[in-house]
Design a protein around this ligand. Structure first.
Ligand code: ADP
Length: 571
């Protein structure tokens, strides 16, 4: 079988001008067609004569030779068309077609066969160029007229010439239209090709950008020391970094495709699992959320943030797990050490203070003046030490979150009176006056933790006395606004510089932190005041001017009576 590709390669002429290529291909097709037609005609005339349906050809040898002659002529024209010039081959072909029409001049010019002449006219416009049809019409007119005049002697038929030219005109229009349509098509194809090339180039660039972005993200993920897992909207892990794989002791393939529930298994408490599920299912985490959790033998801080696409839609969640197992253990050890040591210190300290008091009260006999002084110092320093230990214990408990408030009904007047009783001696020893006032609208009974409120007041008044060398210390209880009450402690002491006012509430921070400082103290008092106040839902404010004094105000919410009933019921 002859393959179509072979036929196509045979017919196509490899030239760059598409019009030229089309015309030369058309000539090849016509040549092929002519050869086949000649062979079929010869065969048919012999065949029909053989079965008695027609006369055998007049000259059988010539009839038999016609096919090879046409074949050789077609081959020569083909070679001329392929290797030399399409125009030349086409002109020759058309001339041969014209000449072949006159093999029998009489019948050629006798009307019926005149129908043959439009063929070269039409062919000329498609094989050479559209306007060539006019040249061919002129040639045909000349040839037919010449034959009519000189050979068949019938005279010129004037009506034939316009007919040929009309045919030439129609053919010219048709060929031109076809050529311009083909040109448009080619332009369109070129544009389309250009567009495809540009699109492909853009796609390649976008792909390269995406790949660069992906490998950059991969590198960032790999370099993060914290564990990172990215979950899609269905809660399935789609990316994980090496730190997370190490943290969970699982391979990449074991993690990818698993849900957070499958990853946590029984290693995370039910309560924490519920919170994590909630965070992952939240339609859009407005702000990143974090959670401290125990995962197997590890203590982790898990943070969750939404992954948003360019339109702000949530496409998943990034979860970052910071392993602070070691820090948590150290923190726990520190807290248990501080509370144990504080507790262990309190027992002997209480004994020392107790014995000092008994010595002072002459339980073991009268003391000389020097002895009484020494015993006094033991008592004062012992109490100072006890205060420090108590502060440390409170701080440790607050940090551990184990300090609980005991809410009960108390009398603000009694609270203030008790603090005055305790602090009066200290103030008068320094020559300071101390006073207290309670506004009339302050309720006589309120809800709160009187023990811790007293601690707040004692710390503030203690500081006021400590940092005031002359003048006075005042306590005031009042209602600063609806639903609030306030404890205010003011003094006429040294004051606190503005820049220090922001940090004095941090543990162990003092305005003058040097070892040679004038005043004793641990730097824990205000930190405890602030933390207790925060636990009570309030805030501490400070106003101070260096050299003129300070005012500390603890503003607290007035607890509704219903809460007391609730607390009681809880107990
Ligand atoms: P300390 O044990 O040092 O008193 P605090 O936490 O109670 O620790 O106070 C922190 C620092 O704040 C003090 O060291 C002091 O510098 C400053 N300060 C606190 N209260 C007053 C006050 N009434 N007048 C001046 N300075 C104060």
């Amino acid at each position: 079988m002859v393959k179509w590709a072979t036929v196509k390669a045979f017919l196509d002429i490899p030239v760059t001008d598409p019009d030229d290529a089309r015309r030369r291909r058309l000539l090849n097709i016509l040549l092929l067609y002519t050869v086949i037609l000649t062979a079929l005609t010869t065969l048919a005339s012999f065949g029909l004569a053989h079965i008695g349906l027609g006369n055998p050809p007049q000259n059988p040898y010539l009839a038999l030779l016609s096919t090879p002659i046409v074949l050789v002529g077609a081959a020569l024209l083909y070679l001329l068309n392929r290797y030399v010039s399409g125009y030349l081959a086409s002109i020759l072909f058309l001339v041969l077609v014209l000449v072949s029409a006159f093999t029998d001049p009489e019948s050629a010019t006798s009307g019926k066969l005149l129908l043959v002449f439009p063929i070269p006219i039409v062919m000329a416009s498609f094989l050479i160029r559209p306007a060539a049809s006019f040249a061919m019409a002129a040639l045909v007119s000349l040839a037919v007229s010449w034959v009519k005049v000189n050979i068949v002697d019938t005279g010129i038929d004037v009506s034939l010439i316009p007919t040929f030219f009309v045919i030439a005109l129609v053919t010219w229009i048709a060929a031109r239209t076809l050529e311009s349509a083909l040109r448009d098509l080619r332009t369109l194809n070129r544009e389309l090709d250009q567009r495809v090339i540009e699109r492909t180039r853009e796609l390649a660039r976008a792909l390269a950008r995406e790949q660069a972005e992906a490998s950059k993200n991969q590198a960032i993920l790999a370099s993060i020391a914290d564990g990172v897992i990215v979950f899609d909207n269905a809660g399935v892990a789609i990316a994980v970094n090496p730190a997370m794989r190490r943290l969970l002791g699982k391979s990449h393939d074991q993690i990818i495709g698993s849900s957070i529930g499958e990853l946590m298994g029984a290693d995370v408490s039910q309560e924490d699992q519920e919170i994590i599920h909630h965070l992952l299912n939240e339609s859009a985490l407005k702000h990143p959320a974090s959670l401290k959790l125990v995962w197997g033998d590890k203590t982790l801080l898990a943070s969750f943030a939404s992954l948003l696409d360019a339109y702000g839609r949530r496409t998943g969640t990034v979860s970052v797990f910071h392993d602070f197992t070691r820090e948590a253990e150290l923190e726990r050890l520190k807290r248990s050490f501080v509370s144990r040591v504080s507790h262990e210190l309190r027992t002997p300290l209480n004994a020392i203070i107790g014995y000092a008091d008994m010595l002072k009260e002459a339980v073991y006999g009268p003391l000389s003046e020097a002895q009484a002084k020494a015993v006094d110092r033991i008592g004062v320093n012992g109490r100072q030490l006890l205060n420090l230990v108590n502060d440390l214990l409170d701080q440790a408990q607050i940090e551990a979150g184990t300090l609980r408030l005991k809410i009960e009904l108390f009398s603000p007047a009694e609270l203030v009176r008790h603090v005055l009783e305790v602090m009066e001696v200290l103030a008068t020893t320094k020559g300071l006056s101390i006073s207290a006032s309670i506004a009339d609208d302050v309720p006589s009974r309120m809800l709160g933790d009187p023990q811790r409120l007293q601690q707040i007041l004692i710390n503030l008044v203690g500081n006021a006395i400590k940092f005031t060398d002359q003048g006075s210390v005042g306590i005031r209880v009042y209602l600063p606004g609806p639903g609030q009450w306030a404890l205010e402690v003011s003094d006429t002491g040294c004051g606190i510089p503005r820049e220090a006012q922001s940090y004095i509430f941090e543990p162990f921070r003092q305005v003058d932190g040097s070892p040679t400082r004038k005043y004793s103290g641990s730097g824990l008092g205000l930190s405890i005041v602030k933390q207790l106040t925060t636990m009570m839902g309030g805030e501490v404010l400070v106003e101070s001017e260096v050299g003129r004094g300070s005012t500390f105000t603890v503003v607290l919410p007035i607890l509704p009576a219903g809460l007391y009933a609730q607390e009681k019921a809880d107990e």
